[in-house]
Design a protein around this ligand. Structure first.
Ligand SMILES: *[C@@H]1O[C@H](CO)[C@@H](O)[C@H](O)[C@H]1NC(C)=O
Ligand SMILES: *[C@@H]1O[C@H](CO)[C@@H](O)[C@H](O)[C@H]1NC(C)=O
Length: 544
């Protein structure tokens, strides 16, 4: 992957909404606002088209601001002003601001992106539109929907800042194996707006249309005279026809979706590392206690668990992992209820202690997991993030995943992300909100049921594969591998997945004749290639 492609990844933005901020005065009219999402094989391409008229008899700046899903990449941005189309260059803030200012000072109609980057949530631009003229903004972004807790979710947020005469959201889903369920949720499907949603389902296709009238746009839970403000969430899952997975190919690229269900759960060894430093005080520590109590209740009897709390000091509930019997779970709950906050943050020692506990407990046929919850940066003991990363990586040595939950915005999320990605886990941000306890519990549920460990996926006659080994596979998730097909002489395409289940080694084999494989519909021809590029860039970014 070259530099240019990597630069493209800078357009991956934070957050999951679409939001159009218009000029405050009603001297502009957003007369049309369309969002069109097409999902094929979990790959979603979304086009937002906003048409705006300057109602003044003098030129003025018109703003376009959208929030796109954290995982998405912008693939195209264009503006059409007085019949001329400009392909937008997505630029980082300062450079864009400078070019924008220059263009404005020349009195031109200019289109530039004013703020975008990996850490920004917004895609913003503004353009000077001549008196009584119109502008069309068109933004396209793409994302691979991730399966969590047994479903895929497409999230759309609309906040146009005024009622729009022609407002439409169209979603079309096409899944070859068939769609097993479909549900539409979110604030935009409440009250009067619920009538604006129509859903059509066929076997392999589904359409969701959201066409609110101007009047309806002021009537949802968060709507006001300024129009729509809320989310539309489309959730669905696909049929699993083969345990060996779903395979698709076109134009020399393939994708393999692996999510078997015919497996018993593997007992887990889990250690929770909970930050109780001063900054956790108040609501955060309260919600953490609440979430931990529920999580403890959800442990299975054959799971083993440990609890560590830390500030400047490291405290363990028990010095070793214990079986989650009723008695011990009750005792642990008493410990959790007494967790208070205060003091500094010795994250390094806390994580190393947890690794040590799990290492001492190693058992065949079980899956080990570390979960760190913290809201701040290390302030005691080893405080250099680079040293902590080194220490933790060395201690874990690839043996099990570390998941990091960053509570709020004081924590260096980048540091937690590195820490978890280096150790086969993921980092998740927990937003300080009334539902933080639910967010914590929700994350736990995603990893609560390991089905396979040491998963290796193998293919023949291929190159440039995305990641093919995974330390664990959880119920409700999905493993996705894409790659290039280099050997075109093969009559069939072979996949092999080797992993460890609760009691034995398992192998999933599949062999699909090449002509069956390429049965994709013509309009989606380079879809698998795009999906492959998406995954490749994502994984490269993670490695950086
Ligand atoms: C949405 O986009 C797809 C793909 O570009 C196109 O075929 C379809 O007609 C569009 N739907 C609407 C309602 O604009
Ligand atoms: C996995 O999840 C599915 C759907 O939620 C459930 O029916 C199944 O029992 C789960 N499997 C295990 C082993 O827990």
């Amino acid at each position: 992957m070259d530099k240019a492609a990597l630069r493209l990844t800078l357009f991956g933005l934070l957050f999951t909404c679409v939001n159009l901020a218009a000029n405050k005065k009603q001297d502009i009219d957003i007369y049309s606002f369309h969002i069109n999402s097409t999902i094929t094989s979990r790959y979603a391409t979304t086009v937002i088209t906003s048409r705006v008229a300057n109602l003044l008899t003098q030129s003025q700046e018109v703003h376009f601001e959208v929030k796109i899903p954290k995982n998405a990449f912008i693939s195209q941005f264009r503006m059409t002003i007085e019949g001329n189309t400009y392909d937008g260059v997505v630029k980082e803030k300062e450079e864009a601001q400078r070019e924008y200012s220059e263009a404005v000072s020349r009195g031109e109609s200019a289109g530039l992106v004013s703020a975008v980057g990996r850490t920004f949530e917004d895609f913003k631009t503004s353009v000077t539109v001549a008196a009584l003229s119109k502008v069309t903004f068109e933004l396209t972004y793409e994302e691979l929907l991730k399966r969590r807790l047994g479903k895929y979710e497409l999230l759309i947020n609309a906040q146009p800042m005024q009622p729009v005469a022609d407002f439409k959201i169209d979603v079309h889903i096409h899944e070859n194996p068939g769609i097993s369920f479909l549900e539409v949720k979110g604030g935009l499907s409440t009250k009067d707006l619920a009538n604006a949603v129509t859903t059509i389902r066929a076997d392999k296709d589904a359409w969701v249309k959201f066409y609110p009238t101007r009047d309806q746009q002021t009537k949802c839970d968060d709507c006001s005279k300024n129009g729509l403000n809320g989310n539309l969430i489309i959730m669905y899952d696909v049929e699993r026809l083969k345990q060996s997975g779903d395979l698709k190919a076109s134009e020399g690229y393939f994708v393999h979706y692996f999510a078997p269900t015919d497996i018993q759960r593997i007992p887990k060894n889990v250690v929770f590392i909970i930050d109780q430093s001063g900054s956790m005080s108040g609501k955060k520590i309260e919600q953490t206690r609440l979430a931990m109590l529920r999580i403890l209740s959800d442990l299975a009897e054959d799971d083993h668990f440990g609890l560590i709390t830390f500030n400047g000091y490291i405290q363990t509930w028990k010095s070793e992992l214990l079986k989650a019997t009723e008695g011990d779970v009750e005792e642990a709950k008493t410990f959790v209820k007494r967790i208070t906050s205060g003091g500094s943050t010795d994250m390094n020692a806390a994580v190393l202690k947890a690794v040590d506990m799990i290492n001492k407990h190693h058992q065949e046929g079980s899956a080990s997991i570390l979960i760190l919850l913290t809201d701040g940066n290390p302030t005691k003991g080893e405080t250099d993030p680079v040293e902590i990363q080194k220490n933790v990586k060395k201690a874990i040595d690839g043996k099990f995943p570390l998941y990091c939950l960053g509570f709020g915005f004081d924590v260096s999320f980048e540091f937690l992300e590195k820490l978890s990605l280096e150790n086969n886990g993921v980092a998740r941000r927990i937003y300080e909100d009334s539902d933080a306890d639910r967010q914590l519990q929700g994350f736990y549920e995603e990893v609560a049921t390991p089905l396979l460990i040491d998963v290796h996926l193998n293919y023949q006659g291929v190159a440039n594969l995305t990641q093919t080994t995974f330390s664990q596979y959880y119920n409700g998730s999905e493993i996705v591998v894409a790659g290039q097909i280099t050997d075109n002489s093969l009559e069939s395409f072979t996949t092999e997945v080797i992993a460890l289940s609760k009691s034995n080694k398992v192998v999933y084999h599949n062999n699909v004749p090449t002509d069956e494989l390429n049965s994709d519909r013509p309009e989606n021809e380079n879809l698998i290639k795009r999906l492959w590029a998406f995954l490749t860039v994502k994984q490269l970014l993670e490695k950086e």
